[in-house]
Design a protein around this ligand. Structure first.
Ligand code: NDP
Length: 295
């Protein structure tokens, strides 16, 4: 059996097309474009790249991006003051503070300052809290977990009643994706570094989400035949045949897994493109909510 490859790049492109149409309609009917503020502290190359990609993606769908670049030496008070200005700015519908922040700044304190109606990363404790409660609704769901669910839905993979095993329990991926699957009536098992007999647990999964940051750790024989495998992991491994000296692989051994799984996401080109598409969607939702078009 060879798995159906879930083409995250194509699905994300479809979603970006849908967003661009909605943004154009908003501009026509309400005279405003959604705005996303990206706060970048310091000179980390990876963070600069992520912010650049996010701004480019905004431009492509007609979302206005507002860059706030601050020096590595910025104090926590100054950073919080900038966040508060963005909270008050009517042109800003979404605020993202690119992580990680320098060591002298308390990330939690900064994220808690973001107005929950502009928390497009979904990391505010109130949004995460609501996500973790039954019958409550966060204003925003973190982008990567939201992207994972979209991938399942748009591929026609049923979630209700399925055994979903999630590898990883981080606040950014593992935990929120687990909550989303639970709310969609999957039976969830959350695994982490202390879980015993991991392959035995994963072999029970109809839906397997891997978000551990361990290159190709999940082997083919860890997978239940026919399962849907969503590989969130992004790991660089040395590869002398590549110009840059490395290549990116997931947490799942793709070649082995695709012979067993029913569906599988590749790395790159699976979950990654969905994360940015969901950031755009969250920003659009922010503006729609402020216009009273959605709850
Ligand atoms: P974290 O390092 O925050 O969390 C990793 C989780 O995996 C932890 O819960 C940890 O357990 C668990 N874990 C680590 N090693 C093992 C192991 N050997 N066996 C079982 N569990 C293990 O990572 P993130 O959640 O931030 O990211 C996970 C991966 O997803 C990374 O590769 C990251 O690059 C990628 N990622 C991709 C995104 C995308 O857009 N495609 C977006 C965000 C992340 P414990 O809690 O016990 O320490």
């Amino acid at each position: 059996m060879t798995a159906q490859i879930i083409d995250g790049k194509a699905i994300a492109a479809t979603i970006r097309g849908e967003i661009a149409k909605e943004v154009a309609k908003l501009k026509e009917e309400h005279g405003v474009a959604p705005g996303l503020a990206a706060v970048l502290v310091g000179e980390r190359k990876d963070s600069q790249t992520y912010v650049r990609m996010k701004k480019k993606a905004c431009a492509e769908v007609g979302i206005k991006s507002i860059g706030v670049d601050l020096p590595e030496s910025v104090s926590q008070e100054e950073l919080i003051a900038r966040v508060r200005e963005l909270n008050a700015d009517p042109e800003v519908d979404g605020i993202l503070v690119q992580l990680p922040l320098p060591d002298h700044i308390n990330e939690e304190a900064v994220l808690a300052e973001i107005d929950i109606t502009k928390d497009v990363d979904g990391f505010h404790p109130i949004n995460i809290g609501r996500l973790s409660m039954k019958g409550r609704h966060p204003l925003f769901v973190p982008c990567t977990p939201r992207g994972v669910i979209e991938l399942l839905d748009r591929t026609g993979i049923e979630i209700e009643g399925k055994n979903a095993v999630i590898l990883g329990r981080s606040n950014i991926v593992g935990l929120p994706v687990s909550m989303l699957l639970l709310h969609r009536n999957a039976t969830i098992t959350i695994c982490h570094s202390r879980t015993k007999n991991l392959p035995e647990v994963t072999r029970r999964a109809d839906i397997l989400i891997a978000a551990i940051g361990r290159a190709e750790m999940v082997r083919g024989d860890w997978i239940k035949p026919g399962a849907a495998v969503i590989d969130v992991g992004v790991n660089a491994v040395d590869d002398a045949t590549r110009k840059r000296g490395y290549r990116l692989v997931g947490d799942v051994n793709f070649e082995e897994a695709k012979e067993v799984a029913g569906y599988i996401t590749p790395v790159p080109g699976g979950v990654g493109p969905m994360t940015i598409a969901m950031l755009l969607k969250n920003t659009l939702d922010g503006r729609k909510r402020r216009l009273g078009l959605i709850e």
